[in-house]
Design a binder for this molecule. Sequence first.
Ligand code: GLU
Length: 508
Amino acid sequence: MSVRVRFAPSPTGGLHLGGVRTVLYNYLFARQHGGQFIVRIEDTDQNRYVPGAEQYIFDCLEWCGLVPDESPLHGGAFGPYRQSERKSIYRKYAEELVEKGYAYYAFDTPEELEQMRKSLASPENPNPQYDHTVRKKMRNSLSLTAAEVKQLLDDQTPHVIRIKMPENEVVAFEDMIRGTIENECGLVDDKVLLKADGMPTYHLAVVVDDYLMKITHAFRGEEWLPSAPVHVLLWRYLGWGKDMPKWAHLPLILGPNGKLSKRDGAKYGFPVFAMNWKDPKNDELTEGFKEKGFLPEAFVNLLALLGWNDGSGKELFTIEELIQSFDMNRVHKGGAKFDYDKAKWFNQEWIKNKSVADLAPLVHHVLHQKRIKTSMDDRLSMLINLVKDRCVLLTDFEQQLGYFYQRPERIDTEAIKVKWNEDKKQFFIQFAGQLSALEEWSFQNIEQVFKTSAEVAAIKPGELQLPFRIMLVGGKFGPAVFQIAEILGKEETVKRIEAGIELIISNS
Ligand code: GLU
């Protein structure tokens, strides 16, 4: 049977890094086995639907290079791939379960449910659930007569269909990561399968769609483990035999204070979403890894290692290497700690390893966004080559390269002022003059003039280099200062020294 896996997001907001890791593990597994990777949009909860979130998910996948084989956008033979467009499919399965005695109609109003919860709540059981201990006391087809039920249905009384969880049964299944998992069914509530609006809940839809879409393996977050017995039973009750998808419940991703959730947005000072997400409800913008300056290759690489490794200590993997090496059986059970410094390390390594030709369009884009006018030319390539080892994020190229394209508006005069004096001012005035007269403009000659002038002025060259650098680039960064001067050219270098002296004097 050919491998078919799926990522089944609900389009409710930004795509969390845990979601992208689920996509990645699905993708790697599919590619490894020559199978199909499907994206199914689970949009049955109309209250949580957020416009634009579906397209955003596909944009994120495209950026990561994890493009599905089948989806609402990519088509396929098992569509529709949006659950809201499959609404008519689910009722018959829910009715079949009722007929077989595995599910029942429940007519309880929201007030009656609230009443039940209030009257049964106790310190030991603060949130009573609708389960085998209460179902007989509620208004459903188990407690009412057949005639009453028929009447209510004929009157189109709003109702849901609930699964009838067995009281004394242990359900077991094999998890690819966790081994045999056993659950006491009596502890699980009678979950709603079909809602009053005719839409299925996740529990029914996931089982029906995995069956109809011939899914062979299903990977999802470990928060779904408690619901797994419901899904195992539904599969069994619907008579679909042993070919239930093989489950793997992926470990949580942990942040500084436990589970790193969608709601953590940018509160820790690092992104949790793949790309910028603008909440249409309040226009609030949450920065993504892409816009922060991550390369998709680095993002994918670091996500692969959040919960998995190949056992050899190797950390840098291309997608092809991941396809070769990834093994679901080696995914850890325990939560995977997300370390932002380590994430940046991955990005830095990827920037170092990328060719200048591959970096050029990305850097051009970053600078363009910051309104720094560059062209995709040899000069840009030369500059990228000069500074790429100093950049951790793509956005760092703004600081490392921007001053080659425009004179810094402000310079760090504070850093210069500490050790500034009349002698140094005189030195820079002299030095600027000598540079203007320099015939052959090369970094060796600039350095020579610098050293000689320093000697004449009897100032240690080390004390003059920092002010020189700050005058040229604005701060304490950038490659070798004489190289910077060579690239800036004579006229510009002299202008920046003169402007620097002015700024220091006016700020003193
Ligand atoms: N719609 C579910 C979610 O967003 C999918 C879980 C699954 O993959 O089965 O978490």
